[in-house]
Design a protein around this ligand. Structure first.
Ligand SMILES: [Zn+2]
Length: 387
């Protein structure tokens, strides 16, 4: 072999080594992005419920949020609020309301939130982006065109979104303040939204109170029946029911944990998961040693179905942001280590990693096409195309 041949062979060999190392590196990066981050992640939790902005579309930047997360929170969902509180001069004069309870002026659906969230995400580096699962929220769930809005957002911002929500159907104090048609669980527009989410793989984070505030003794929690029927109509859609259905004054209905237990045991509701976000929810769960134990027992019984989230809105500091996590310590203490990890990270990772893969595949197949979403079968006698 000539010297030149030896040199060529050496060069080829070293190139092969470098190529091999590169493959190893890429493979490792892929698995980190895939299933196995939990075991290597030393953060406290992944946040399945987080609002970057408030009811007047103000908040912190995603870059500030990254600083707030620091090394404590590995991954987080990312959404604004789909509703904008109107500043009605006639109603509150020079007082500019920032919360829906501060004025009687109505709320309205603010679609620009989706562009804002998408542009915020796109301002991050690829490594930073891996930590977020942005969600589409800027649609009106009473509008038969809502699903078309979601589709338009996916096509305009491919590679960004993993889910839709948090959006609300029945929410104490809020639903009745929204201008236009009142949202309902029986509206076919909502079926179109859930159907399209199932088709694309978008995770659905829905807020719907388990009952109306202050029900009369013995009154049927009709929302629960409607909600069960809605979920059952969409078995291929991954759903997260926010706050276990609780609210500020929507208190646990009698035997509420038993109702949730029955729902989670139901094989027709396997696609439904529950988040325990919001300090108002923590208040009920942590109310007594009995309520803590009963909730822990339920999570230990169905460890794959519960997610932790903060429901924080534009937190000013890491201390404020992590408050609810530390509040829940007595509950976490009663979970097995494995189930605690599932609640805090594992279930998030499983659901949102699957969504990322499915939604990216859908975008690849559909970007550039402009087909119309077919209308679903009517769910009530009213019919979708009624004139
Ligand atoms: Zn929320």
């Amino acid at each position: 072999m000539t010297n030149l041949n030896k040199e060529i062979k050496k060069f080829t060999l070293s190139r092969a080594v470098i190529f091999g190392l590169l493959i190893c590196f890429l493979f490792q990066a892929a698995t980190t992005d895939g299933q196995s981050t939990v075991t290597r992640d030393s953060s406290l939790f992944y946040d399945s419920h987080f609002h970057l902005t408030n009811y007047i579309q103000e908040g912190i930047t995603v870059h500030d949020f990254l600083k707030v997360m620091g090394s404590k929170v590995g991954r987080s969902t990312l959404f604004g609020i789909p509703l904008q509180q109107e500043w009605s001069y006639e109603n509150s004069g020079d007082f500019a309301p920032t919360y829906y309870l501060a004025t009687d002026a109505p709320l309205y659906y603010y679609s620009f939130t989706d562009a804002y969230i998408a542009m915020s995400y796109k301002s991050l580096t690829p490594m930073e982006q891996k930590r977020f699962d942005p969600m589409i929220t800027g649609f009106n769930p009473t509008d038969m065109y809502a699903a078309d809005h979601i589709k338009r957002v996916l096509k305009l911002f491919p590679g960004v979104f993993s889910g839709i929500g948090e959006f609300s159907i029945h929410k104490e104090f809020v639903s009745s303040k929204i201008s236009g048609e009142t949202a309902s669980l029986t509206n076919p527009a909502l079926d179109r939204i859930l159907e399209f989410s199932g088709e694309t793989g978008l995770v659905v984070l829905i807020h719907n109170d388990i009952d109306m505030p202050y029900p009369k003794e013995g009154q049927e929690p009709y929302l629960l029946r409607q909600l069960g029927a809605l979920f059952r109509r969409h078995p291929n859609t991954t759903i997260i029911w926010a706050h276990m259905g609780l609210g500020r004054v929507v208190q646990p209905v009698q035997d509420q944990l038993r109702i949730v237990d029955r729902a989670l045991s139901d094989s027709t509701l396997k696609h439904v998961n529950i988040d325990i976000s919001w300090n108002e929810v923590a208040k009920y769960i942590l109310a007594s040693p009995n309520s803590i134990k009963a909730t822990a027992d339920l999570i230990n019984k169905f460890p794959d179905r519960f997610l932790f989230g903060t429901d924080e809105m534009a937190p000013a500091s890491q201390e404020a942001y992590l408050k609810i996590y530390y509040m829940y310590a007595p509950l976490f203490a009663q979970l097995t280590p494995e189930n605690k990890k599932k609640l805090l990270m594992g279930n998030y990772e499983r659901l949102f990693n699957a969504a990322r893969i499915k939604v990216r595949a859908w975008e690849k197949m559909n970007t550039g096409k402009n087909e119309v979403i077919p209308a679903p079968t009517p769910v009530s006698g009213k019919g979708i195309n009624a004139e």
